[in-house]
Design a protein around this ligand. Structure first.
Ligand SMILES: *Cc1c(COP(=O)(O)O)cnc(C)c1O
Length: 328
């Protein structure tokens, strides 16, 4: 198999820790993989994927990283922070109009010097056109752009979580556990895609389960199968990708992407008080709450060890502070 260009950016390996008080409360051993500790400003899961996306960009001698997402995109913030760290430029296209206050991720985007274009939904949807315009604009200044897709979730970025699965193998050996399930949130699909392939390549023998925070199960199955084939064709793997289960549990999106129910905020408070760990309302809080609900209702019956991947996102909590203590 061909190996992709990679640049080491994240502080790895991240710790795997038991959540002892929470485990006692729920009667299942719950572990947490601290991918919220992959960095400070570029923390979370995106940096693992960006090691490969930016590795590819550098191999192609790019000067400007162009990517897009929501106003509070963790992926855009991580890309902007890493561009600054590497002396590259970044240009972010953010969905929506410019908010009156620069909070959370957007504050960091601005601080690290990202160029930002706020795009109304109609323009945001025509990303090919928008990208082509930006590419031409930079080319006229003699600069080469590299396009990183939403969440760095494509056949390149998913290597980040194949690599994480390899790390988990060592973690499980050190902790002397054989977890029944590895659980994460899924938003653009790359983390889940990488974990599924990595689980197979590195013989973790766990069930990889994700809770979607937007769209639905059908959408993710389609998106991830497509990325599997692109990955196989590009890197020449003989893994039987059609046999890999894509396990997405739908039903916890709530009011919509980026919007959480009071139950999710309650879980965020519970985990913070019991374990000193901060989850976010967009991804990890939603998925963790879903995992606890599934555990409580017996869906994970018979599982003795469950590993939750803490994919980061803390900065996304600040713009939602009103809802955190009950007034929202
Ligand atoms: C992007 C993100 C996810 C989802 O990962 P995908 O690879 O996009 O599915 C989960 N948690 C956080 C904090 C994220 O920023």
């Amino acid at each position: 198999m061909k190996s992709p260009p990679r640049i080491s950016l994240a502080r790895l390996p991240t710790p795997l820790e038991p959540l002892t008080r929470l485990s006692e409360a729920y009667g299942t051993r719950i572990w947490i993989k601290r991918d919220d500790l992959t960095d400070s400003v570029a923390s979370g899961n995106k940096i693992r994927k960006l090691e490969y996306s930016i590795g590819q960009a550098l191999a192609e001698k790019a000067d400007v990283l162009v990517t897009w997402g929501g106003i509070q995109s963790n992926h855009c913030r991580a890309t902007a922070a890493l561009a600054a760290r590497l002396g590259l430029k970044s240009h972010l296209v953010l969905r929506g109009s410019e908010p009156s206050e620069r909070d959370g991720n957007l504050l960091i985007d601005s601080l690290v010097g990202a160029e930002i274009t706020f795009a109304p939904p109609e323009r945001y949807q025509k990303m090919d056109n928008t990208y082509n315009e930006l590419q031409a604009e930079y080319a006229s200044q003699g600069l080469k752009t590299y396009r990183i897709p939403v969440g760095a979730s494509d056949e390149v970025g998913l290597w980040g979580y194949i690599n994480c699965a390899n790390e988990l193998k060592q973690d499980f050996e050190s902790a002397n556990i054989a977890p029944d399930a590895i659980v994460s949130a899924t938003g653009s699909g790359g983390t889940l895609a990488g974990l599924i392939i990595g689980n197979a390549l590195h013989d973790l023998n766990s069930r990889v389960i994700a809770f979607n925070v937007c769209d639905d199960e059908v959408y993710f199955k389609r998106k991830i199968s497509k990325d599997f084939s692109l990955w196989r064709d590009r890197y020449g793997s003989n893994l039987d990708i059609d046999q890999l289960p894509i396990d997405v549990i739908d039903g916890y999106v709530g009011p919509g992407y980026g919007r959480a129910t009071p139950k999710v905020f309650e879980t965020i408070r519970e985990v913070a008080r019991l374990e000193g760990i901060v989850l976010d309302p967009v991804y990890t809080g939603k998925a963790f709450n879903a995992m606890l609900q599934e555990t409580r209702s017996g869906q994970f019956e018979g599982m003795s060890d469950i590993v939750f991947i803490h994919t980061g996102g803390m900065l996304g909590l600040f713009p939602q502070k009103q809802a955190l203590f009950g007034s929202g």
